[in-house]
Design a protein around this ligand. Structure first.
Ligand code: GUN
Length: 294
């Protein structure tokens, strides 16, 4: 097999972020405020800290104002809910992101439910998840599934009619991604921890997407010749960042494959920026309508 197409997330991210920056410049040059994203980080998890820093840096580059809340790991659910409630009512905040995972003692479900659906740029609120099921365009699609969709579009890989196999059924990636791929008219299989014969399913994949966080779970003998392989995993092994896919061995069989890092990671952040811009435009439109003279 020839060398595969490397599906870098950097190139489409640069393009889309350039378009976002331009649109924000145009909107703010006519006197409007900038879009605003509130980012809440609870505790000191080093990986979460890096993700949050990346998101804040990316906001700045496109002209989104960020409001960063670093909260102690000892905070109670009630205290966190109060912070979210305050941000729900703040005019200049268009999006609210609570970085997951939260410490064990915090009721994650309550926190997700407390974010106003119009500011839920993570797309985790059941109202937005429901819109994904209903194929309603005016909801928020979770950032990683949205980023993968944009990555596939950029490289002109159409999931329509294809056998898409997703490994991992988590709340942040696998489950919403399965709905989005169904929306894109793929035939979707979702594998998870209780799947009896993983290889049987992955071998049938035209597009294989792995989101488990298990380093090098996907081996060469588990993929079909010519498959498109999307790796969502990010793990640290011996100080090195690796994905779910045994890249060096799998790449010879794949027609296209994402690198780790530099594949899906940047696309997730791009998805967040797009969702924040969408929230902002929706809110300024609603505001201008509500203050219009009859
Ligand atoms: N933790 C891992 N991925 C995500 C994400 O997309 N959003 C949030 N809020 N937390 C995460």
């Amino acid at each position: 097999m020839n060398d595969p197409l490397i599906l870098s997330g950097k190139e489409p991210s640069q393009k889309i972020r350039g378009e976002i920056r331009k649109e924000i410049e145009e909107l703010t040059s006519s006197g409007l405020r900038r879009p605003g994203l509130a980012v809440i980080l609870v505790g000191d998890d080093p990986a979460s800290q890096i993700y949050v820093n990346n998101k804040i840096k990316a906001c700045k580059k496109v002209g989104i104002e960020s409001f960063f809340y670093k909260l102690s790991s000892n905070i109670t659910t009630e205290e966190l809910l109060e912070t979210v409630a305050e941000l729900n009512s703040r005019e200049e905040v268009d999006g609210i992101l609570v970085q997951l995972p939260l410490p064990e003692h915090i009721d994650q479900e309550e926190v997700i439910l407390s974010i106003h659906p119009d500011k839920d740029v993570d797309g985790f609120h059941p109202q937005n998840m429901g819109k994904l099921v209903a194929r309603m365009e005016n909801g928020f699609i979770p950032c990683t599934p949205l980023g993968i969709d944009l990555l596939l579009k950029h490289y002109r890989i159409d999931p329509k009619g294809k056998d898409v196999v997703i490994v991992g059924a988590g709340f942040i990636v696998g489950r919403p991604l399965s709905l989005l791929m169904l929306w894109r008219d793929a035939t979707v299989t979702v594998c998870h921890i209780h799947t009896r014969d993983l290889k049987k399913h992955t071998l049938g994949a035209d597009i294989l997407i792995s989101a488990t966080g298990v380093p090098h779970l996907i081996k060469e003998d588990m993929i079909k010749e010519g498959a498109v392989v999307i790796d969502v995993g990010i793990s640290k092994v011996d100080g090195k960042i690796v994905g779910d896919v045994d890249f060096e061995n799998v790449k010879h069989k794949a027609s296209a494959i994402t690198p780790v890092p530099g594949g899906v990671g940047p696309m997730t952040v791009t998805g967040l920026l797009l969702n924040t811009l969408k929230a902002y435009k929706k809110r300024i439109k609603a505001h201008s309508t509500s203050t219009m003279k009859p």
